[in-house]
Design a binder for this molecule. Structure first.
Ligand code: AMP
Length: 171
């Protein structure tokens, strides 16, 4: 876990003053660290019945699709507005820096689906709770949410108190 932490780069004041940006690009470039991260992300869920991983644009796509591959299940992308070509459901939410919107294809999930939500980082939890709402709008069940990084002081976990949360590195 210390090696994992060492492969995450801190960028002060990005994308605006006061934000300590956690840059995961050195981690994903290192094959051993990437493998370790994906294995640790899915480890608590190996025995559970899951049939989709949902990941948020853009860094959730990296870890989410690898997690889906390892679990042998499908991947569903939540995308920024205007990117998905078919009928969508959307949700708006606040970020640590600004506000945003996410969309999902209407037919991407249904009430038979049991989902693992994956993103690189949880800060305020706004993105994750909005994503959970979007998934639940389609009738699917959220079994757990997994993050590589959790920024503890922003208390995102409290917003997600009704869900099972798994994070690898805490700051
Ligand atoms: P939040 O909605 O506040 O939990 O923010 C989580 C989302 O914003 C994730 O998709 C992260 O990729 C991104 N994010 C927020 N804060 C940071 C940060 N300090 N470093 C890197 N990414 C961040």
């Amino acid at each position: 876990m210390q090696r994992l932490e060492a492969s995450i780069r801190n960028i002060p004041d990005f994308p605006k003053p006061g934000i300590q940006f956690k840059d995961i690009t050195p981690l994903v470039k290192d094959p051993a660290m990437l493998k370790l991260t994906v294995h640790q992300l899915i480890q608590p869920f190996l025995g559970l019945k899951l049939n989709a991983v949902v990941g948020m644009e853009a860094r959730g796509f990296i870890f989410g699709s690898l997690a889906a591959w390892e679990l042998g299940i499908g991947f569903v992308p939540l995308r920024k507005p205007g990117k998905l070509p078919y009928d969508v459901q959307s949700v708006s939410y606040d970020l640590e820096y600004g506000s945003a919107e996410l969309e999902v294809h209407n037919d991407a999930l249904n009430s038979n689906d049991r989902v693992l939500l994956v993103d690189d980082l949880i800060a305020t939890g706004g993105t994750a709770i909005a994503s959970c709402q979007l998934i639940e709008k389609l009738g699917a069940e959220i079994v757990a949410c997994a993050f590589v990084i959790e920024l503890d002081e922003l208390k995102g976990r409290e917003k997600l108190s009704q869900y099972r949360i798994h994070s690898l590195i805490h700051y």
